[in-house]
Design a protein around this ligand. Structure first.
Ligand code: UPG
Ligand code: MN
Length: 741
């Protein structure tokens, strides 16, 4: 590939640092001095026992909280030191690269459970990527079905048929929404042809949904012998999602299968790797590694796009945007491991009440990492174009896989339907293929963490690979979000376990990482590997100052004391900068407010429960796996409440208890403090505690509403309210007896 710099007259891409970089650095310096003063103040308090010093256990908990907040703040600075922005110009691509020279791409779509991830969603994702503005004979779509379900296979067979009409239609009309579900819900200009295609789509959807409802493929939907044979595998004795042989089905073959206009179709393959109860399957990472091998045997494209089944393509030009970024100086290209597009979400309500957008995680922080020299964003599991070579050792340290056919340098020249190709593909999808091998440790996606994305991206960087973040204005990929608080918290608990598994692994970014990828990149990765420990300061600050207040103990500097300014500056500084970062990235104040609220809520639930789960797992007591997030949106009442921005507490969850306890304690403290001020007129000593409790109360408004004022099904379960009140009372009793000692 030609070396092209960004200085050419019609560039393919540009890169620049954001202007706020200077402000960020000055502010970081100022904040560092303030933090040092804070710890000076802490030490004074602890060592010199001023007559008015708070009780020891309070001082020590606040010190611990502040130390952890400082650690997290410190890691955050690595994202803020070089924030950058890239632009790509696919309209200039033709000047540099002809269509016929575009590299082939293998697209991996993962699904794991037809009942949590409806097959019609998988079908839409597959169709949206098959319809990319890219030479069809260079695209191969592999769907990995960890649910081992004939329903998913049936869905894809239907997709293969519908694609013959859908692909030429999109091409001819230059359709932008190439996900049919999205297109038919949009304001398209209707005409006879479109209506006909819409009817076909609807009929397909109904067939797939009816198969899902019945739980199996019925005779009348099977149209030929090949299909019958494929489904006969499910009739084999003992075929279950957890125990079955590998199933690989070629649904479309490029060059052979044509659309209704006679153009070649892309390859479309269904792959369900072998499963048995005796071997561990490593969840999504295992599925991706099986696909890596199967695709190596069948097409071996140099570029791989990984996709979750609920993340459909929202921009047909995405692969061309990726190609723009591939036209780099050879010295950069030789180390370029992957190009990550952000995960973005279409289904959030106006205020994004559950902060599902994760603007920092998916957009702001990757932009910060993209600016770091020799670094680049982490991998987020979906919407990422990898160079196949990265899965086989570092840039200057090629690791040969066990058979030559798996090597990224092996040229495939046989048809995907060729018998020996299919036979070998089945072999490499078998459970025992990975036994005693480097798969998951040195080859492929890495095992050992439920957040295989963070883990793999980080370890690839440790191997010497760099990455690029591409954040076009039109989202490249879009997904729906979970619409109940419980689903959100369960998802975040799983992430927390996975993140700590990276943080406390032998390859921890704080030890191994610092040596391999440098301080700044290691800090970025540490931030997310130790993410769940936010729970410690959040829990301390949402209980201790309040319990002290309830016991008439003042723990912070009083109004008039210069130390108070320090606290005010630290609070406003951190919150203000977070808010500014959020709003400058096309956020609104309302969304930011909800984002910080969810951070507190997650701190008291997912992060706390995830951390506990991680330690239990470490002790070997439990072996909880990957709970797939439900993508069902068909509870109308829940959807309606979500659209109105109302919290959903309907299903009872132990995580609601901790959140409610904190809400109750804050409310009691605030009311008590208020009455105390009325009674004694003395407010300057408890000002900061009143402020913190008031802030807690403000953040807990949806919880009080769910406890006291709602009658709908999404209200707080009475049992949860009861237990939480009891625990809040217990906490108060414990604190007052402790403080009397
Ligand atoms: O045993 C499994 C479990 C999951 N999956 C797939 O993994 C993907 C992600 O699962 P999901 O339940 O949607 O989890 P999320 O929390 O929404 O996913 C985020 O977090 C995951 C790591 O925890 C990343 O893999 C994802 O890319 C990222 O979007 C889905 O396509 C699943 O089908 C498998 O293929 N096999
Ligand atoms: Mn998901």
């Amino acid at each position: 590939m030609a070396a092209i710099t960004t200085a050419t007259p019609s560039p393919l891409h540009t890169f620049k640092y954001k202007r706020r970089l200077i402000f960020n650095r000055i502010f970081a310096l100022l904040y560092t001095f303030s933090l040092l003063s804070l710890f000076y103040h802490h030490i004074q308090n602890l060592l010199f026992f001023f007559p008015k010093s708070p009780p020891f256990f309070i001082s020590i908990s606040i010190l611990i909280a502040d130390l952890i907040l400082t650690f997290m703040w410190f890691t955050t600075q690595s994202f803020r030191i070089c924030p950058s922005i890239r632009q790509v110009f696919p309209e200039n691509l033709q000047n540099f690269l002809e269509n016929k020279n575009f590299p082939a791409i293998d697209i991996f779509i993962c699904t794991a459970d037809p009942y949590k991830e409806p097959p019609i969603g998988v079908v839409n994702t597959a169709l949206s990527v098959m319809a990319y503005d890219y030479p069809t004979d260079k695209i191969s779509v592999y769907v990995s079905d960890d649910g081992g379900s004939e329903i998913t296979l049936f869905g894809l067979m239907e997709a293969a048929k519908f694609a013959r009409i859908w692909l030429p239609f999109c091409r001819k009309n230059n359709v932008v929404d190439r996900c049919p579900h999205v297109y038919f819900r949009s304001n398209y200009c209707s005409n006879g042809e479109i209506e006909k295609i819409k009817v076909m789509y609807e009929k397909m959807r109904m067939r797939i949904d009816s198969v899902l409802e019945k739980g199996k493929v019925i005779e009348e939907y099977i149209t030929n012998e090949e299909e019958r044979q494929a489904f006969s595998k499910w009739a084999q004795l003992g075929f279950t999602p957890q125990q079955h042989p590998s199933v690989i089905q070629v649904l479309l073959e490029k060059g052979k299968d044509k659309d209704i206009e006679g153009h070649s179709m892309p390859n479309l393959l269904y792959v369900s790797r072998e499963k048995n109860r005796a071997s561990s399957h490593h969840f999504k990472a295992g599925a991706l590694n099986a696909l890596l091998r199967v695709s190596a045997i069948m097409t071996n494209a140099p570029i791989i796009l990984t996709q979750d089944c609920d993340m459909f393509s929202n921009d047909p030009l995405t692969p061309q945007r990726m190609l723009c970024l591939l036209q780099q100086d050879p010295s950069i290209l030789s180390k370029l491991g992957y190009i990550q597009f952000p995960q973005r979400f279409g289904g959030t309500n106006k205020g994004d009440i559950y902060a599902s957008e994760f603007k920092k995680l998916y957009i702001i922080d990757p932009m910060g990492m993209d600016g770091l020299k020799g670094g680049g964003p982490y991998y987020v599991g979906s919407g990422c174009f990898f160079m196949r070579r990265v899965f086989f050792g570092g840039p200057s340290n090629f690791l040969q896989p066990e058979i030559a056919e798996l090597s990224p340098y092996f040229a495939v020249n046989k048809s995907v339907k060729c018998e020996d190709v299919l036979e070998l593909a089945h072999q490499v999808a078998a459970c025992n293929f990975e036994e005693q091998s480097n798969w998951g440790s040195k080859l492929g996606f890495r095992y050992g963490s439920l957040s295989e994305d963070l883990h793999t991206g980080y370890l690839l960087q440790c191997d010497g690979w760099q990455s690029i973040f591409c954040h076009p204005q039109r989202p490249a990929f879009l997904a729906d979000v979970p619409i109940t608080l419980n689903a959100v918290l369960i998802q975040n608990t799983r992430w927390s376990v996975g993140q700590l598994e990276v943080g406390f692994s032998k390859h921890s970014p704080m030890t191994f990482g610092i040596k391999k990828i440098g301080l700044l990149m290691a800090l970025c990765n540490s931030h997310y590997s130790f993410w769940p420990i936010w729970f410690i300061p959040i829990t301390i600050y949402s209980c201790i100052p309040q319990l002290a207040l309830l016991n008439n103990i003042s723990i912070f500097p009083k109004v008039g004391d210069p130390w108070l300014f320090l606290y005010v500056f630290l609070f406003l500084g951190a919150y203000g900068q977070d808010c500014a970062d959020f709003i400058l990235e096309n956020g609104t104040f309302e969304r930011w407010w909800n984002d910080q609220r969810m951070w507190l809520i997650r701190g008291l639930s997912s992060y706390m429960f995830g951390s506990i789960e991680f330690f239990i797992k470490r002790l070997g007591i439990s072996q909880k796996g990957f709970t797939v997030t439900s993508k069902l949106l068909d509870d109308d009442e829940q959807s309606k409440r979500y659209d109105q921005g109302v919290f959903e507490f309907g299903d009872s969850s132990p995580m609601f208890i901790t959140i409610s306890v904190a809400a109750i304690v804050n409310l009691l403290a605030f009311i008590f403090g208020f009455l105390e001020i009325l009674r004694s007129g003395n407010w300057d000593e408890i000002f900061l505690q009143m402020f913190i409790s008031g802030f807690g109360v403000l953040n807990s408004l949806p919880i009080y509403e769910a406890v006291f004022f709602r009658a709908d099904k999404g209200r707080m379960p009475t049992k949860t309210t009861f237990i939480s009140s009891f625990l809040a009372g217990g906490l108060y009793a414990a604190s007052s007896s402790l403080l009397k000692i």
